[in-house]
Design a protein around this ligand. Structure first.
Ligand code: 5AD
Length: 443
């Protein structure tokens, strides 16, 4: 019988893409994907360790799997990705049921590890080492979508933000050669993909290792010249590397989506310094000013951490005033979570959990109001939407505008994966709703 596998993915878009590589590798070795974990012979958790909450969720899941494995002793359980890289010993101790433990960027060898684990009683362990040859050009992807594809342009991160564990899990930043990136995208377009999401920890810091004069804006320009690429998104951008050239490309190339995710983390200079973010509030706001002054409207989203060690009420208010000033289209906000082996662990002035919660709630309320006010301006406008799938609520379909607004509307499922025009008739802080008025092939 064909062995059946299932991958459960936690965390970021890069993890989603890594899971597609793992899936391709397992399929290639003759295994078959299933959607129900109860049917799986091999269960892979592709993990996240960016915050303690993500890690706790995965341990809770391992607890459930332990009970399941008691009924099915031949089930193979793999824990792969960032959390496996970061806390191997803890996982082995807390969850001895694990058969395979692998770091990030091991997607191309997972089937081998799974096979090896059937031959041994001890867990098979394969962590990432800085000296490993870079597997970025190795392996295929079993794509979960037929028009949208993630493409890694750089991996790892060489910045030293004091709170962040990513440099410890994914290693130093490595950039792919642009010729390989462009070839991959051309191949995707030939297979019908038309929305490309460029991925990197600090995606806009990209430099072609083979041609030092080609940076992120130049790469984006070349991708926009590939016929058939209809939408290009990229995430996440590092604020201090936002360039005038990038702005020019975003303004002049309609296929480059008019949205940028620009994590600020804090509005206080004292906290930004303690985070080692490498920019001040004023410098960040200057970049925002440049984006706001562009001749094409560009939506801006961000990430914010509250309750960082030493964050006073005044520092927190600086963050509130920053979000008021920027008027973000959306914001992901988090309570600071101490991570193993990061520089921030040495900081004093820990903020009690309750106070972090209070600040988070205040911030989210404030941001909700900003989004509500912003989304209200869409009433009566007609927007172009790429239909992504069925909506959860009563309205049947959901999609996104170029500037990343979620739009829900009623329409036939045959429109999924197509561009349509929707007249906006309603809104909430997180989405718009409207009436279908036309499709890419006429009304
Ligand atoms: N605590 C809380 N949030 C964190 N992030 C990264 N590390 C931490 C941490 N230790 C957030 C940042 C980052 C996003 C992906 O996760 O806001 O931009």
């Amino acid at each position: 019988m064909t062995p059946k596998f299932m991958i459960e993915t936690f965390g970021c878009q890069m993890n989603e893409l890594d899971s597609e590589k793992i899936a391709a590798n397992l399929r290639k070795s003759g295994m078959e994907p299933v959607a129900d974990p109860a049917q799986a012979d091999i269960l892979i958790l592709n993990t996240c360790s960016v915050r303690e909450k993500a890690v706790q969720k995965i341990y809770a899941r391992l607890g459930e799997i332990k009970r399941h494995k008691a009924q099915r002793p031949d089930l193979i359980v793999g824990v792969v990705g960032c959390m496996a890289q970061l806390e191997r010993d803890k996982i082995l101790k807390k969850a001895p049921l694990v058969d395979v433990l692998a770091g990030p960027q091991k997607g191309h060898v997972i089937s081998e590890l799974v096979k090896r684990s059937t031959l041994t009683r001890a867990p098979v362990i394969e962590l990432r080492r800085e000296s490993d040859p870079d597997p970025l050009e190795i392996g295929d992807f079993a794509r979960g979508n037929s028009w949208r594809a993630g493409v890694t342009i750089s991996e790892g991160c060489s910045r030293q933000c004091a709170f962040c564990v990513v440099p410890l899990t994914r290693g130093k930043e490595r950039n792919r050669e642009s010729s390989n990136i462009l070839r991959e995208i051309e191949g995707l377009v030939a297979r019908g993909y038309f929305e490309i999401i460029l991925l990197g920890q600090t995606v806009n810091s990209y430099r072609d290792p083979a041609a030092d004069n080609l940076g992120f804006a130049g790469l984006l320009r070349r991708i926009s010249e590939i016929e058939g690429v209809k939408r290009i998104r990229f995430t996440s951008s590092y604020p201090a590397d936002f360039s005038d050239e990038l702005r020019e490309v975003m303004v002049s190339r309609p296929s480059v989506c008019n949205h940028i995710h620009l994590p600020v983390q804090s509005g206080s200079n004292k906290i930004l310094r303690a985070m080692r973010r490498g920019y001040t509030r004023e410098q960040y706001l200057e970049i925002i000013g440049k984006i706001r002054n562009a001749s094409r409207a560009i939506a801006i989203s961000t990430d914010i951490i509250v309750g960082y060690p030493g964050e006073s009420e005044k520092d927190f208010e600086d963050t509130l005033s920053l979000i008021d000033e920027v008027q973000y289209d959306s914001a992901f906000s988090f309570k600071y979570s101490p991570r193993p082996n990061t520089a921030a662990l040495k900081l004093t002035g820990e903020i009690p959990g309750e106070e972090k919660g209070r600040r988070l709630e205040l911030l989210q309320e404030r941001q909700k109001l900003i989004q509500y006010t912003n989304n209200a301006t869409y009433i009566g406008q007609t927007v172009e939407v790429l239909v992504e799938g069925r909506a959860r609520s009563r309205v049947r379909l959901t999609g996104r505008t170029s500037n990343n607004k979620i739009v829900n509307f009623d329409g036939p499922e045959s429109l999924i994966g197509r561009f349509v025009f929707v007249e906006i008739s309603g809104f909430s802080p997180n989405s718009l709703k409207g009436i279908l008025i036309g499709t890419d092939q006429g009304v």
